[in-house]
Ligand binder design. Structure first.
Ligand code: ADP
Ligand code: MG
Length: 698
C-alpha cells in the first residue's frame, strides 16, 4: 500500500505541511502492515459515537490538528472512554479546548491494553543521513536518554544490537511478569528502516509510544515529518574501486613542485624526506631557479619532465595552485597531492580556489589529495612526503589515516621507537579524496594489519559505514574522533531528533561498523600497539603473572570489570604449576612470585598457561629495573596464538628497555587497567567478527 502513503504525503505537501498528523501517519504505517490502535477520524459528535460503536469500549479520543504536535500537553487526549455519553462529552471537551485552532477532526481509536512502552524513531544526521532510534518509553527516554541509534538501512543484527544495547533491555527479555515479543519488535524496526529507504521524503518519525506485548506490539501514537527528498549519499561518480588509489601509495615516480635547495623551506623538507628515506622510485624536483637538488636534476616546470609522473606534490602558494594543477593534469600526472595551506580553512576566498582546483582535476579525471595536508608516508616503498622532517622509520603493519597533517611528523618522532607504521596518510581538507577512499585503499594493502584513523568529521557518510563494516571483518579499525560537541541547533518537532547528540551518533555508527572507538590519543596508540603486535584473544580467560600482589589484584579486578575472567587452569596444569612455585606463593591465578620473580620462572609459568584451554591471554607484571632480562626469554616462547601484554609500573623511567621489549613484539603498558581494557576490547572485537562471519555464511 505504498500508493496510500504517496497520496497522504502528496496531499500534505500540496497544503504546505511537513507534519503528518496521527491519523495520517498511522494510515501510512498500516499501509505497510504495521499494527496500530487505528486512525479513524470523527468530524462530529455523531460520527464519534458511530465509530465508538463499531470499535467497542473502551476507546481513546485525540485531537487532530496541523497546529498541535504534542496532543496530550493541551488536554487533547481522552483515555478509557467507555460509553456513548462519555464519547460525546470527550468530543465536546476537546473541541472547546482547541477552539480557534485548525481542527482536522478528532481521532476515535481503540484503547491499547497496557504493555511495555517503547519508542521507535527516525531522525536525520548531517553526516550519516537517516538514523533509526530505539528506546523504552517514559523515564527511560525522558530522563535517562537510554536510546540506541543505527544508520538506515539497518540489518537484522543491527536491530539485535539496538535492542541489546539499551540499559532497559533486561525488561524486554522478561522481568517480574513483563516481557516483549523481541522478534515482532525487530520486524517493526526493520520495516521502519525499509519504509524510510523507499520514501526518501520522510525526514523524521516518532512512534511514541509503541506498546510491546509478550505476543506482538501496537503503535499507539505516530507522527511523521516530511522533508526535502534526501540527495543520494555522496558516493559520487568517484566512488573508487578498492584498489583505485593503489599507485598513489606506491608511485613509480614523484615530482615535487616547489622543491627547494634552501634548508628550512617546506619545499626543502619534503624533498629531503624523499631523498633521505631513499624513496624507491624516480624523483623530480621542480624549481625554475635550481639545476639540481641533492644532485638530482631539477626541471623548471612539470611539463619539462621527460615522463608523465604518477604523483605530483604541490607546495606553491595557494593562489598559484589552480594553474599548477592544470599544468599537472595536462602532462599526464595521475595523482596530485596539495600540501600547501591557505584554502577553505581560511575562509571564502580559499574555498573559491579549492573549487577551481576541483573543477580542473575532475575535468581530467585526476584524483587530488589535500589541500592543507602533509602527504603520504609508505615505509614499504620508503616514501616520506611529510612537511616536517621525519627520522628513520621501520617498515610496519599499522596504517594511520589522519585528518591533521601536523600530527604525523611531530608525534612520529617518539612513536616510531615503539610502533611500526606501514602507511600514514594525511587527508587535509578532503577536497577530493576523503577518509573513506583512503580507508578502502589501505584496507586492501597486504602490508597493513590494523588501521587507525584520527577524524574530525566524516565526508562520505553512509559509504563510510558500508566500507568500514566490510573492512572490520578483515582488519580492525581504531578511530579517534574529536570535536565531540553537540551539533548545535536541532529541529525539535520530533522527540527522536532532540535525543540525537552528534557525538552519540558517531559512537553508534562506529559500533554499527565494528569500529573500535578510542577514548583519546594514548588509547588509540595503545590499542594500535597491542593489535599490531599481538593476536586477538579468542576466549575470556586471562592468566596473570606478577611480582607485586597489589598489581595482580588490580589486574584481576580490571579484567572482571571489562567482561573478562581469571582463567582456572586444568588440574594437571595446576599440578605442574605447583611444582614450579616456591612455598610462599599461594594463588594459582594471579601467580604472585613476589621478590623472586625472574625471567626464567615467568617463561616457565607462561609455558604452562599456553597449554590451558581456559587461557585466552596473558598479563605479565614485570619489574622495570630488570626489564631487559625478560626480553630474550619472552621472545623464546611459543604462545600458540595467545596474546600477551606486559604491565610495567614506572615504565617511563626504563624507556631503552621498554623499546627493546616493544621491538620484540611485546606491548608494554603502564597500568593493569590499561592492559585489561585493551585485552577486553580485542576479545570483544574477535567475538563480533566471528559472530558476523557466522551470520553471513549460510
Ligand atoms: P502525544 O501527542 O501527547 O504524544 P499520545 O497519542 O502519545 O499523545 O497520547 C499520550 C499518552 O496517552 C500515550 O503516551 C499513551 O500512554 C496514552 N494513549 C494514547 N492513546 C492511547 C491508546 N489508544 N491506548 C492506550 N493508551 C493511549
Ligand atoms: Mg505520543
Amino acid at each position: 500500500m505504498a500508493e496510500q502513503a504517496r497520496v497522504i504525503m502528496g496531499q500534505a505537501q500540496a497544503e504546505g505541511r511537513a507534519y503528518l498528523m496521527e491519523h495520517e501517519s498511522k494510515a501510512i504505517l498500516e499501509g505497510f502492515g504495521i499494527s496500530t490502535t487505528g486512525s479513524r477520524v470523527a468530524r462530529s459528535e455523531e460520527e464519534a459515537v458511530d465509530i465508538f460503536q463499531s470499535i467497542g469500549a473502551p476507546v481513546a479520543l485525540k485531537v487532530l490538528s496541523p497546529d498541535v504536535v504534542h496532543k496530550s500537553d493541551a488536554g487533547g487526549v481522552k483515555l478509557d472512554v467507555k460509553s456513548a455519553a462519555e464519547v460525546r462529552a470527550a468530543f465536546r471537551e476537546i473541541s472547546s479546548a482547541f477552539q480557534g485552532k485548525k481542527l482536522a477532526g478528532i481521532s476515535v481509536q481503540r484503547m491499547a491494553k497496557p504493555g511495555i512502552e517503547a519508542i521507535v524513531g527516525v531522525t536525520q544526521d548531517a553526516t550519516f543521513g537517516p538514523m533509526l532510534m530505539f528506546g523504552l518509553g517514559g523515564v527511560f527516554v525522558e530522563v535517562l536518554k537510554d536510546v540506541s541509534f543505527r544508520s538506515i538501512p539497518i540489518t537484522e543484527s543491527d536491530a539485535d544490537e539496538m535492542i541489546e544495547e539499551i540499559k532497559g533491555s533486561v525488561l524486554l527479555r522478561g522481568f517480574r511478569g513483563h516481557s516483549a515479543d523481541i522478534q515482532a519488535l525487530k520486524r517493526l524496526m526493520l520495516l521502519i528502516s525499509d519504509i524510510v529507504v523507499k520514501n526518501p521524503q520522510i525526514s523524521e518519525m516518532d512512534l511514541n509510544p509503541v506498546f510491546l506485548y509478550p505476543d506482538g506490539y501496537t503503535v499507539v501514537d505516530a507522527r511523521i515529518i516530511l522533508g526535502e527528498p534526501r540527495p543520494a549519499q555522496p558516493s559520487a561518480k568517484h566512488a573508487p574501486e578498492a584498489s583505485d588509489l593503489h599507485d598513489l601509495f606506491y608511485p613509480k615516480s614523484v615530482a615535487v613542485i616547489g622543491a627547494s635547495a634552501t634548508p628550512g623551506k617546506l619545499g626543502w623538507n619534503v624533498f629531503t624526506n624523499l631523498v633521505t628515506h631513499e624513496f624507491k622510485g624516480r624523483l623530480y624536483p621542480i624549481n625554475p631557479k635550481a639545476d639540481q637538488i641533492y644532485g638530482i636534476r631539477a626541471y623548471p616546470r612539470i611539463s619539462d619532465v621527460p615522463e608523465p609522473v604518477d604523483v605530483a606534490i604541490i607546495l606553491v602558494s595557494a593562489g598559484m595552485t589552480p594553474e599548477v594543477v592544470e599544468e599537472c593534469c595536462e602532462c599526464g600526472v595521475r595523482y596530485i597531492v596539495v600540501e600547501s595551506a591557505g584554502f577553505a580553512e581560511l575562509g571564502l576566498a580559499g574555498k573559491e580556489i579549492e573549487l577551481q582546483m576541483k573543477e580542473i582535476a575532475d575535468k581530467y579525471g585526476v584524483r587530488l589529495l589535500g589541500p592543507n595536508c602533509s602527504g603520504i608516508i609508505n615505509t614499504h616503498c620508503s616514501m616520506v612526503q611529510s612537511i616536517g622532517l621525519v627520522d628513520a622509520l621501520s617498515k610496519g603493519n599499522i596504517g594511520l589515516i589522519s585528518q591533521a597533517g601536523v600530527c604525523a611528523a611531530g608525534m612520529l618522532w617518539g612513536l616510531r621507537h615503539i610502533m611500526d607504521f606501514g602507511i600514514i596518510a594525511t587527508i587535509g581538507n578532503k577536497l577530493d579524496i576523503n577518509e573513506t577512499d583512503i580507508l578502502e585503499t589501505v584496507s586492501t594493502d597486504e602490508n597493513i594489519d590494523v588501521i587507525c584513523m584520527y577524524l574530525e568529521s566524516v565526508k562520505a557518510g553512509r559509504r563510510f559505514i558500508d566500507s568500514a563494516s566490510r573492512i572490520t571483518l578483515q582488519k580492525p579499525i581504531v578511530v579517534l574522533k574529536s570535536g565531540r560537541t553537540e551539533a548545535g541547533k536541532k529541529a525539535v518537532a520530533s522527540h527522536t531528533a532532540s535525543l540525537a547528540g552528534n557525538d552519540q551518533i558517531f559512537s553508534e555508527v562506529f559500533r554499527q561498523s565494528g569500529i573500535i572507538r578510542a577514548r583519546d590519543y594514548e588509547h588509540m596508540f595503545n590499542l594500535a600497539r597491542a593489535i599490531s603486535k599481538q593476536p586477538l584473544p579468542d576466549r575470556e580467560g586471562v592468566f596473570i603473572i606478577t611480582y607485586a600482589g597489589s598489581l595482580g589484584v588490580i589486574a584481576a579486578d580490571a579484567i572482571t570489570d571489562n567482561g573478562l575472567q581469571l582463567a582456572d587452569l586444568e588440574p594437571e596444569l595446576k599440578d605442574r604449576l605447583k611444582e614450579l612455585l616456591p612455598d610462599y606463593v599461594g594463588g594459582m591465578n594471579p601467580v604472585d612470585y613476589t621478590f623472586s620473580q625472574n625471567a626464567e620462572v615467568v617463561k616457565k609459568t607462561i609455558e604452562i598457561g599456553v597449554e590451558s584451554e581456559e587461557v585466552g591471554s596473558f598479563i605479565v607484571v614485570l619489574q622495570a629495573e630488570i626489564l631487559e632480562s625478560y626480553v630474550e626469554s619472552l621472545k623464546g616462547i611459543d604462545f600458540k596464538g595467545k596474546p600477551i601484554i606486559a604491565c610495567v609500573a614506572g615504565k617511563e623511567f626504563a624507556m631503552p628497555e621498554v623499546i627493546k621489549m616493544e621491538k620484540a613484539g611485546i606491548p608494554v603498558f603502564s597500568t593493569p587497567e590499561e592492559v585489561a581494557d585493551a585485552l577486553a576490547i580485542m576479545h570483544r572485537h574477535e567475538r563480533r567478527v566471528k559472530r558476523m562471519r557466522a551470520a553471513k555464511s549460510p
